[in-house]
Design a protein around this ligand. Sequence first.
Ligand code: G16
Length: 522
Amino acid sequence: MSTDTLSAASARHQKPSKTTFTYGTAGFRTLGSLLDSTVFRVGVLASLRSAKLGGKTIGVMITASHNPPQDNGVKVVDPLGEMLPQTWEPYATQLANSDNFEDDVRDLVAGENIDVEQAGLVVVGMDTRETSPQLLRAAVDGIEVFGRAKSFGELTTPQLHYLVRSHNDPAFGEPSEDGYNKKTVGAVAEILRLWNIQDPLEITVDAANGVGAPKLHNLSRDPIKITVVNDSTHDKSVLNVECGADYVKTNQKLPANVRPRDRQLYSSFDGDADRVVFYYTDGSLFHLLDGDRIATLLASFIDKLLQQAKVQAKMGIIQTAYANGNSTKYVQETLQIPVDFTPTGVKHLHHKAQEYDIGVYFEANGHGTVLFSDNLIKSLKNKQPSSPEEERALKTLLLLTELINQTVGDSISDLFAVLLALRIQNKTCVDWGRDYIELPNKLFKVLVKDRFAFKTADAERRLVEPAGLQAKIDALVAAYTRGRSFVRASGTENAVRVYSEAASAADCAELGARVCQLLEPY
Ligand code: G16
């Protein structure tokens, strides 16, 4: 190990005192101005991860996604485009907080039996935040202690995941942003051709003033016609402000600058384009089509294609506690597809989804994707169709495995998959909204002294600490028809989240407000 380089480099990235960093739901997130040392250390960790895996390419993404403009964050991506394994998260947290960084790196190298000479390439991307370029340089500094860095500049988070995977697996696609665009647009064009659809896919997207905006502009070419609003990436103060998927989902209202025509579909991305939600208006009514809806739309579309292709496959839908009670009911009773629950965080949903031939996972906030197992893809490729309809369904399924980002939730590819599912089934946004009627639901953000005091069990549906609080929530919930509420600490913001739902909007709001009141002493 080149300890001289490590100590010289780490001296350039001093850790702020009195700040504790935690690798949470989606890596480290806090004020961007506090993150220089953490990002540098994550760079070191990423190159050690590469060395541990014999030189495989690893990814580092600088983003705080849906968080406000002054925040930033960093996360590590594993070779197949998956999140850093949970066994390594404590290393990240320990290194970020270490006062004896070099010793702790040496211990990690010894403990994991890492040959640092094996460190290979780490690809790096960033979102459009003001602090991102400087943090990207810190990441590169850290990576180059042991390994090699290749910066791709501004990327969406899913594009970075794609790049990591394609560097390790050339069959996945060309390892460039252009390769990502070609794969995506190529699959869309081919599916439209198969179904003899002449009109382009058209929609207006609110890009949250984030990195999704320029990337959508790059993709908007025949047969895709996207109008992008909220695309001011140069004004760093407007990212996610009164726009974007998180704003629309949390407030259940239109973002700024979208002036809708009634009964027409619109969509919003978040700041790093890994979440997408849809909506339409009907007179004064706003109808949100969130991640639960995307899951049911895509699962039922894929199910129809499987039937047409005469292919048997085990499909499951993965949800979190935030899934609307009526969406779960619809999946189980009408679609008759099994549902599993995991804690929040795509890393949890992704792993569960891998247990199926087709695992459809979406958080209600619009973060998710569809995973197709290698075995299923093989059997789709080997199947000899006995009719043109069967052949078209088989080809469409295979093209969906190309279009839908298999590494992580991706606003861009999810957007196109949804538009295709609607177009091919001749389904309007109003039809989609009528698949089931949501229970009224509300999200609250509560500031507490110590969010880490809130510990949950049962896929975050129940609090085990602070002691006694869950019994009080249960007592409140019992008073409302179809009432449900839970409390959990955010893993990306310094707050506790409260969710409520009930048979009526008034009950839902009242239940949520009363649960929030229970948190006042904390
Ligand atoms: C991240 C995670 C999501 C999670 C969201 C909110 O999304 O990737 O899985 O739902 O944070 O998490 P929490 O409630 O723990 O703050 P994003 O889009 O911000 O990367």
